[in-house]
Design a protein around this ligand. Sequence first.
Ligand SMILES: Cc1cc2nc3c(=O)[nH]c(=O)nc-3n(C[C@H](O)[C@H](O)[C@H](O)COP(=O)(O)OP(=O)(O)OC[C@H]3O[C@@H](n4cnc5c(N)ncnc54)[C@H](O)[C@@H]3O)c2cc1C
Length: 452
Amino acid sequence: MTPPPTVLAVATVSDPDVKAGYATDESVGAQAPEHFEVVRARSLDDVVEVMRWADATGTPVVPQGAHSSLTGASVAIEGGVVLNTEGMDSITTIDPLEGYAVAGPGVLNKALKDAVAAEGMFYPPDPASSAFCTIGGNVATNAGGLCCVKYGVTGDYVRALQVVLPGGEVIRTGHRTAKGVAGLDLTGLFVGSEGTLGVVTEVTTRLIPAPDPALTVLATFDSLDAASAAIVALRRERHLPSLVELLDRAAIAAVQALADYGFPDDCEAVLLVQSDRPGHTSEDVQRYAGLLTDAGAVDVAVADDPAEADLLLAGRRALSPALEAEGPRYLEDVCVPVGRLVDLIREGQRIAAERGLEIVMAGHAGDGNLHPSIFFDAADPASRERAHAAFTLIVDAALGMGGTITGEHGVGSLKAPWLPRELGDPMIERQRAIKALFDPRGILNPGRVYWS
Ligand SMILES: Cc1cc2nc3c(=O)[nH]c(=O)nc-3n(C[C@H](O)[C@H](O)[C@H](O)COP(=O)(O)OP(=O)(O)OC[C@H]3O[C@@H](n4cnc5c(N)ncnc54)[C@H](O)[C@@H]3O)c2cc1C
C-alpha cells in the first residue's frame, strides 16, 4: 500500500495492538486481514485527504464508526484502509424551534439523545447498542431498535447530510427546514448505504418534543403462539405502544443469569410493552394490560415505578451480551408482516427440532422483526454447518412470508448472498449503477452489500 500523505501521519494508527482493535466488528466469525491501515479521522479535512489518496491509489476504504455491526459491514479489508470517524464527535447545533440537531458522525446515539433531552427534545432512534454505536453508523445502516413500533427508524429522523465522495468532493444533501421537496431525495439514498457510496461527515437529525417518561407492562405467556397473538392485538391499538419486545424462555434465562433484572423464570415468553404518550401513560398501560390478559397472558404486571421499568429495559438491552456469553451463534434479523410472526416463530421451532439445534427467539416483535439466535459448537464444524443451514432456512422462510432478509442490521457481508433474491436482478443492476455513479472505482466498502 502507498504510504499515506503527511497529514495522515497524525491520524494513522501505527501501534499494531491498537490497530488490531479496529480490524473487526461484532459479526460472527469476523476475521482481521493481514495488511490494512487505520486512520482515525478528527476532521472533515482528514476524511477529504484520505478519500483523495484512496481514489488516486485505488485503495479500498472501510468507513467505520464504533464497529458494532453485526453483519461484517465494518471489518477491515485486505490492502485497505479503515477510515474511523468516532473522533468527529461534536454536536454543533440543537435547535428546538426548527426541530433539528447537527452532529458529527462519531457522536454516540445515547450522547445525542441525552444532549437533546436537556433541551426538552427527543431523538427517537434507539438501537439496543445506543450506548456505544455512532450516529454515522446508525445513518449508514438505517438503524432501528426498541422504539420503532411507534417512531420508525433512523431514516425517519435524518434531514440532511454532509458526505465526502471518493476523490474528496464534499457534497450536502437534504434540507434543514421542516419541509423540503426540491429534487431527488439523495439523503434517503445515503441512509442505509452501509458505507458503499460516501463517508458521512455531518448529520442533521430531526427532533420531536420529548415524550413522557415511559411506563412498562410485563406480560408473561405459556406459549410463543399466545405472545404472537397478543402482539397482533397490540398493533390494532389506536394509540400504539412505544415499545413491544419479545423474549422467549431461553432469552429470559440468559438475561437473568447476568443479573436479576426482574424477569420471571417460569414462563415460555414475555412481552415488554411501554407507553410514553404525553399525559396518557397510566391510562395506556392499564388498557394494554387488559388487552394482553384478553389475548392470553397468564400474568400481567404494570411497572409504575420508573426504577423497576428501567431495570426491565436494562435487561432487554443486556440480551445480546447475555446470549453472547452462552456461546457462538448466528444472529438473525429477518422481518415479516406482523400477522406472520407466529408462522415465523413456528418455522424457527420446527427447524430447531429437525436439526437438533438451540434457537433462541427474541427481538423487536412489535415490528415483526425477530432476532433468532442459532447456537453452535465452535469445535464441531458439522454443528456450525447445521446452524448456518438453519440461518439460511429462516431467511428463506421470511422471504416466503413476504418479509425481508434484514429489518435493521443491514446486509454487510453476511446477508450479501441473499440481496439479489430479495431485490431481483433488474433492481440489483440499477443499484450497482447508482453505486458506480458515486464510486466509479469501487473503492468504498467493496464486497459489502453487493457481491463483487
Ligand atoms: C449488542 C448490540 C445490540 C445491537 N442492537 C441493535 C438494534 O437494536 N438495532 C439496530 O439497528 N442495530 C443494532 N445493533 C447493530 C449496530 O449497533 C448498528 O448497526 C449500528 O448502527 C452500527 O453503528 P456503528 O457506529 O457501530 O457502525 P459500524 O459498525 O462501525 O459501521 C456500520 C456500517 O456503517 C458504515 N459507516 C460507519 N460510519 C460511517 C460513516 N461515517 N460514513 C459512512 N458509512 C459509515 C460502515 O461502513 C458499515 O457499513 C446492535 C449491535 C450490538 C453489538
